[in-house]
Design a protein around this ligand. Structure first.
Ligand SMILES: CC(C)(COP(=O)(O)OP(=O)(O)OC[C@H]1O[C@@H](n2cnc3c(N)ncnc32)[C@H](O)[C@@H]1OP(=O)(O)O)[C@@H](O)C(=O)NCCC(=O)NCCS
Length: 375
């Protein structure tokens, strides 16, 4: 194998084929051919999830049935709730979701069935249940009783309902819906690739999703949206933004929410979300935080040429929605499970074991030394 074939971090390497999404030319994002901006503007998250999982946009009847299946599968049984209550309340929600995705397999009668149709049914059940267990754990952490989903509410509205037991405003529901659409799928990112590697051994869907959650948790991937909020809290005010960011850059600090492996000219999801974020900031009287973010963004772009990624505006969006930082990356999970599941199904339908090679940089061949002769 030629040395030239080695690309650290697999940067620029085409590691497989997919019909699910494309980052066209490194600047635009499309799910199954549809521009992300059209989907976020026009469709609900349920339509987008259906598109990603079932390959086409749903007809009104298909959407009604899909919503029905999500609603039917969203509540958790008393067995599962009993199990969830045994997890220590101090467990971070991402760790809990990793365990939860795995645990749900024990109550899924098709857990070991990796046929195309069974995988789709399991994907829908996971999509339906993950917000319920996420919200249940969050409420138990806050010494509050879990809230069951409301069958009359949309997927987005139910997340807010189960977290807060409060009817969300239309603006908050729409903001949540848009963020779910923007996070739903992103071709061969680290967590999706993890899911595909696990699936390529012919393992089951729940195992692949549990592995993907572990990959998403890291601060260079999904964990960045929580770190963004920590940065903004540390900066404190628009006046402090410029000295803070100049010092951070001088100290070579990695600024969370900026840079991307593929989008070198800017993340289209961040561009789309920014005005929505600004609008929600006005509605919720958070203009000062927007100003702080604007100063940081301008200087990082000027000094480092690094545009913001989706996590930069979405962290603020969630803050304006009154959500705790601890829930930001878990929200990424409940959306991205659609993308993961579609990739798992695509991989299984046309599988080849993913098993690359490594370049050896260890010691030259050595002679065996018996234990007694080792100093
Ligand atoms: C996303 C990310 C991991 C992609 O990184 P990558 O393609 O591996 O690029 P590198 O880490 O090699 O960075 C290339 C250069 O840009 C700099 N850089 C990249 N992202 C940076 C950031 N967020 N803040 C400051 N500098 C950054 C690196 O220090 C490096 O500079 P150098 O060449 O002088 O050493 C990286 O941009 C990052 O860590 N961003 C912050 C975390 C984040 O927001 N993640 C969410 C991604 S959607």
């Amino acid at each position: 194998m030629s040395e030239q074939m080695y690309h650290p971090g697999l940067e620029g390497v085409i590691a497989g084929e997919t019909a699910i999404s494309t980052i066209a030319g490194g600047s635009g994002l499309r799910y199954r051919g549809y521009a992300i901006e059209d989907l976020a503007r026009e469709a609900t998250f349920e339509e987008v999830a259906y598109l990603i999982l079932h390959t086409e946009l749903p007809t009104p009847d298909q959407l009604k049935d899909f919503r029905g299946r999500l609603i039917e599968n969203a509540p958790i049984t008393s067995d599962i709730l009993k199990f969830l209550r045994t997890v220590p309340r101090t467990t971070p929600i991402m760790d809990f979701l990793r365990t939860g995705a795995s645990a749900l397999a024990h109550w899924d009668s098709e857990a070991g069935d990796t046929s195309h149709d069974a995988q789709l049914r399991k994907a829908e059940r996971l999509l339906a249940k993950l917000p319920t267990i996420m919200a249940a754990h969050r409420r138990l952490q806050q010494s509050k009783e879990p809230v069951q989903p409301d069958p009359k509410k949309s997927y987005a509205a139910n997340i807010l309902w189960m977290l807060k037991r409060k009817q969300p405003s239309e603006a908050l529901e729409r903001a949540m819906d848009i963020s779910l659409t923007l996070y739903a799928e992103h071709e061969f990112n680290a967590s999706t690739f993890t899911a595909r590697v696990i699936t390529s051994t012919l393992s089951d869907l729940h195992s692949s999703v549990a592995g993907a959650i572990g990959a998403l948790k890291g601060p260079l991937h999904g964990g960045a949206n929580e770190r963004v909020m920590e940065v903004l809290a540390q900066v404190g005010s628009p006046e402090n933004a410029e000295p803070w960011i100049r010092e951070a850059l001088a100290n070579k600090t990695r600024i969370m929410g900026f840079g991307h492996r593929v989008y070198k000219d800017g993340d289209p999801r961040a561009r789309f979300l920014k005005p929505i974020c600004q609008q929600l900031a006005v509605e919720t009287h958070n203009e000062s935080l927007e100003e702080t973010a604007e100063v940081i963004e301008r200087i990082v772009v000027e000094e480092k040429g690094l545009p913001p990624n989706l996590d930069w505006p979405s962290a603020r969006l969630y803050h304006y929605m009154g959500l705790d930082v601890a829930i930001y990356t878990p929200l990424f999970v409940v959306s991205r499970v659609t993308g993961w599941a579609a990739h798992i199904i695509e991989q299984m339908d046309n599988n080849r074991l993913i098993r690359p090679r490594s370049r050896y940089i260890g010691p030259e061949p050595r002679d065996w030394v018996p234990l007694a002769e080792r100093a």
